[in-house]
Design a protein around this ligand. Structure first.
Ligand code: GDP
Ligand code: MN
Length: 404
């Protein structure tokens, strides 16, 4: 789960890490008020869960309160398109109004989990403000990497080294305290990423976290109630949200074959096999260990809502749940949700034979496959055929219109 900048800064401040004075505004007039309260000039920053806002016009300076209001007004209607968002961009719903920092130097500091060493790793550089990927490409020698053994923590000698490498001798104990607090916050909050880009030295010599990104490990949220409460659902895909509330694990993809599978491992495999067969999955959907009529219906509902979907592949393994029960569930679901595109079903596992019998006797039409590869091939071909028919139908319709 990603936190907004203002939320990450609240967390950091609670660890004694200096952040700029500021407040969130939800309306242009809020921004006007906050700027009055803080004193001018202020910087107005779009709060969206993505990086690269500055370059996309999401970070602006205001010299007067009226200007702060106007900038906020402009940002609120805007869809911010950054390197990370894709062409559709994200809508700005809140802005952070902060007192402007008088920057002397911009540094880069982050802690990530390095998967190859399985350790939290500090990455830092004197070249802050630009993306770390660019620094890595252009000035690889300027990147400092410090692996940390979580059993002993971020050790004083490592912290001192970092202080020298970033030219923070003058900041002395202040720098050490901040680095140590950053590591503590990272560990305490079960972060997978904590990034300050930039961490700045201001003209009077002090350090300030000018920007902050924090990502919390989703698997730790159950024990981080205070963090879970910060979740901003407004930027999530509505279908993904609906699925989550129904207990399904759904992720939207770009293809045209809807997938309904039980178990995350099988769902991944299913997508691979579809790709190998020349098809394109439209989603990842794990209906969970128990595929009940309710979860299956919900799955159909969400999958068929996407007009791009031209065929559906149901791939269920009867482990916890028996195939006959699943077969009945599918039939019941197909009675409530009208599915107008081809459906391919493959069942295997416990009570497979009984399940197949039930499917064969079903009153509605669908395709039954025995083997996974065969099933994937079948659904890929059906999706292409269906796509061709819909294009043809659409063409005929436009022809008709023209004739009229
Ligand atoms: P990002 O583009 O999403 O990473 O947003 P940042 O918060 O990092 O802001 C981008 C850039 O705007 C920073 O690298 C700074 O150069 C500049 N900036 C942001 N806040 C201030 C500020 O208070 N004072 C000054 N002088 N520059 C700022
Ligand atoms: Mn930044």
């Amino acid at each position: 789960m990603k936190l907004h900048e203002y939320q990450a800064k609240e967390v950091l401040a609670s660890y004694g890490i200096p952040v700029p004075e500021g407040r969130v505004a939800h309306f242009p007039y809020d921004a006007w008020m906050v700027s009055m309260e803080l004193g001018l000039p202020v910087v107005i920053k779009a709060q969206v869960l993505t990086g690269g806002r500055g370059k996309a016009g999401g970070v602006k300076l205001a010299k007067t309160s009226d200007e702060a209001r106007d900038i906020a007004q402009e940002l609120f209607g805007k869809k911010l398109v950054t390197k990370q968002t894709g062409p559709q961009g994200v809508k700005v719903r809140k802005v952070l109004v902060e007192k402007v920092a008088d920057i002397d130097r911009e540094l880069y500091f982050s802690i990530v989990i390095d998967r190859t060493t399985s350790r939290p790793t500090v990455i830092a550089s004197k070249r802050g403000g630009m993306s770390i990927e660019e620094v890595a490409e252009q000035y690889p020698e300027d990147i400092i990497k410090i692996p940390i053994d979580p059993a002993v923590g971020f050790l004083p000698y490592q912290i001192r080294r970092l202080k020298y490498d970033l030219d923070l001798v003058e900041q002395g104990k202040e720098a050490q305290k901040i680095f140590s607090a950053l590591y503590k916050a990272f560990m305490d909050k079960d972060c997978s990423l904590l990034e300050l880009n930039p961490l700045v030295v201001v003209k009077n010599g002090h350090l300030i976290a000018l920007d902050a990104k924090m990502t919390i490990d989703d698997n730790a949220l159950y024990r981080k109630k205070e963090i879970s409460k910060m979740r901003d659902l407004t930027e999530s895909n509505p279908d993904e949200l609906e699925a989550r509330f129904a207990g399904l694990n759904f992720i939207k993809l770009e293809g045209n074959i809807g997938c309904m599978v039980n178990g995350a491992g099988l769902a991944m495999t299913t997508m691979d096999v579809i790709k190998l067969a020349g098809g394109e999955p439209a989603n990842f959907l794990d209906v969970g260990g128990e595929a009940t009529p309710d979860t299956i219906s919900k799955g159909f509902e969400i999958i068929t809502r996407d007009p791009k979907v031209k065929a559906i592949f149901i791939n269920i393994f009867g482990g916890i749940v028996r195939c006959d029960k699943v077969a009945n569930g599918i039939i019941q679901a197909l009675k409530t949700v009208k599915v107008k595109i081809p459906v391919v079903i493959r069942l295997t596992g416990m009570n497979k034979e009984e399940g197949m019998e039930i499917l064969k006797k079903a009153p509605m039409k669908f395709y039954i496959a025995e083997d996974l590869r065969e099933a994937a091939k079948m659904v890929s071909e059906l999706s292409k055929k269906q796509a061709a028919t819909t294009t043809k139908k659409a063409e005929e319709k436009t022809e008709e219109k023209k004739e009229k």
